[in-house]
Design a protein. Structure first.
Lengths: 255, 255
DNA sequence: CGAAAGATTGAGGTGGCTCAAACGGCGTGG
DNA sequence: CCACGCCGTTTGAGCCACCTCAATCTTTCG
C-alpha cells in the first residue's frame, strides 16, 4: 500500500502514475488518481464512503460509452487512458470538443440528457458514479463540490481558448496550438527545449478537434516539419526543438 | 456530474423582469434579478449579508470593464443590459465567446487573471463583488456554490455548442443558429410562429461571435431574407415566420 | 505475410475573405 | 430645418486558404 497521499505533498499536474492490476479495486484511498481526481478534495474517512458509490470499469479503444443525447444517469472520473468528447450534426459532421485523460471528470449535464458523446481513444479506465449517489455525496462533502466547480472553471477557460482557435486561427496556428497544448499536458508549465510528445489520437481526431480536414492537418504538419519546427519520429510521436517558436505561431505572433 | 443538476433545480430561462429606478438600491431582497441571479439560491436573511458585499455599478455602451489578462479582483452579476465576452490575438483578430445578460454571473477565473475581456454593448448594470468577499460568501452559503456550479455547467454546454458551430457549420447555419438562439433567449422553450427578435449587437459583433466577417454575415442575412426565412424591420429587429425551419437550418438538416 | 486502416501527397474546386464602393440612419451644427 | 459627417450596413468583384476527390504510401495487426 502506497503512503497516504494528501493534496499538499502531491504535484498539481496529472502524472502518468498508473498502477497495474487495480481493476477490481474499490479502495479509493490507494486510487491512482487520488492526487488529481475529484477525490483529491476529500479526507481518508470521506473516501471510504465515496468508494461504496464508485464502480471501476474498463472501456476498449473505439468504444462509445456516452451516447449523445442519452439519459445522463452516470458521472465518471477518468483513471487511465484518453477519451474524446464530441458533438455531431445529422449529416455526420463531427466536432471534438475536448480530450480528457487521467484525473478529469466527465458527465456534467445541464438537463437529464448528455449534450455530448464520449469515446475511448485507447484503453480507458474510469470510476463510475450514479448521479443520485453523486448528488448525495456532494451534499455531504461541500469540498467536493468546490473541486467540481474549479474543474468546471478550468474547462470553461479551455473552451474559450478553443473558440478563439476555431473562429479565428489559421490551419498552421491551429495545429501548432494543438501540439503546444500536448506539450503543456505532458510537461506542465516548464517545457524544455527539444521536447517530445506522444499522443494517442489519429489525424482524423486532430482534424475534428481543430475544425479542419485530415488532409489539411497532414499537409500542415508536413509544412511545420519542412520549416524545422517539428520532427516526426513516428506518426504519433513528435519532437519539438523550440517550443517557444511553436508557441509563438500558435498565438498568432508570426508574420 | 454536478450534484443536483437535475431538471428540477436547474435555473429557468432569464426573464425580462426589470424593475425601474433601482439604481441606488442595495437591498438584494428586492433586486430585479432575484429570480435568476446567483442570489436566487439564498434565503432572505442570507441576502442581507450578500448586500453588504455587493456594489452596484453602471457601465456605458462600448466600455470595456474587464481587460483581458488583468488581475481578477472582482466577480460580477449582471442586472441589466448585454455584455460581450471576448478573446483576442495580438494582431487584432477577435473572437466573441458569448453574450451575457440579466441574471448571469461573470468573472469566474482559474488563475489570478481574467482569461477574457468584457465589454458593455448597451447600458449595462451589474453587481460587483470583490473576490475575497465572494470566497467567504460561498464558504458561508454552500447553496450559492451549487448555484455557481450549475451556471458553469450551463456555460459549458453552450460553449460546446459554439465549438460545433465554429468548427463545422456553414455561414448559413451559423447565422441561423445565432438567430434561433436569440429567439430562445427571448421566448424560452416555446417559440411561437411569426416570432420577433430585437438584439443590441452590431453585425461586427455577430461576425466575431460566429467566426465570420461582417460582409458574410450581411450577405447571409440577405440570403435568408431572399428565401423568406426572415424579414428585417430594422437592422436590429428581425421577424421569423417559421422558427422551426430556421432551427432545421441551424442544425444542418437542410439539403 | 497480407488486409485494412491510417497517413501523405497531388490536382482542382469553392465558400468565405479581402478590397472597394455605395447606401442609410442619426446626431450635430450651421 | 437642412446639410454634413460618422458609423454601421449592404452589395459587388476578385482571390485564396482550405476543402474535395483521388491515388499512393505506411503502419498496424491478425
Amino acid at each position: 500500500m502506497p503512503p497516504s497521499l494528501t493534496a499538499e505533498n502531491m504535484p498539481v499536474r496529472p502524472r502518468r502514475l498508473v498502477i497495474a492490476g487495480m481493476e477490481g479495486c474499490t479502495n479509493c484511498s490507494v486510487c491512482e488518481v487520488r492526487a488529481n481526481g475529484i477525490c483529491s478534495a476529500l479526507r481518508d474517512d470521506e473516501l471510504e464512503r465515496l468508494a461504496r458509490a464508485a464502480v471501476r470499469i474498463t472501456v476498449p479503444p473505439g468504444h462509445i460509452f456516452i451516447e449523445e443525447g442519452s439519459r445522463a444517469t452516470d458521472f465518471f472520473n477518468i483513471t487511465g487512458g484518453t477519451v474524446k468528447l464530441f458533438k455531431s450534426l445529422p449529416d455526420g459532421r463531427r466536432q471534438i470538443t475536448g480530450f480528457v485523460s487521467i484525473g478529469h471528470f466527465l458527465g456534467l449535464a445541464v438537463s437529464d440528457r448528455y449534450a455530448f458523446g464520449a469515446e475511448a481513444i485507447d484503453q480507458v479506465k474510469l470510476c463510475r458514479f450514479s448521479r443520485p449517489k453523486l448528488d448525495s455525496l456532494t451534499e455531504e462533502f461541500p469540498r467536493m463540490e468546490r473541486r467540481l466547480l474549479s474543474e468546471a472553471a478550468n474547462e470553461l477557460v479551455a473552451a474559450q481558448d478553443q473558440m478563439l482557435l476555431l473562429g479565428r486561427k489559421t490551419a498552421r496556428e491551429r495545429v501548432s496550438s494543438f501540439l503546444y497544448g500536448q506539450l503543456e499536458n505532458h510537461y506542465g508549465d516548464v517545457i524544455p527545449a527539444d521536447a517530445r510528445i506522444s499522443f494517442p489520437m489519429t489525424r482524423a481526431d486532430i482534424a475534428d478537434f481543430l475544425g479542419l480536414t485530415v488532409e489539411t492537418v497532414s499537409r500542415t504538419l508536413s509544412g511545420l516539419r519542412r520549416d524545422g519546427l517539428v520532427t516526426m519520429n513516428a506518426g504519433h510521436t513528435i519532437s519539438v526543438p523550440s517550443p517557444a517558436r511553436l508557441r509563438a505561431i500558435a498565438q498568432g505572433e508570426e508574420g
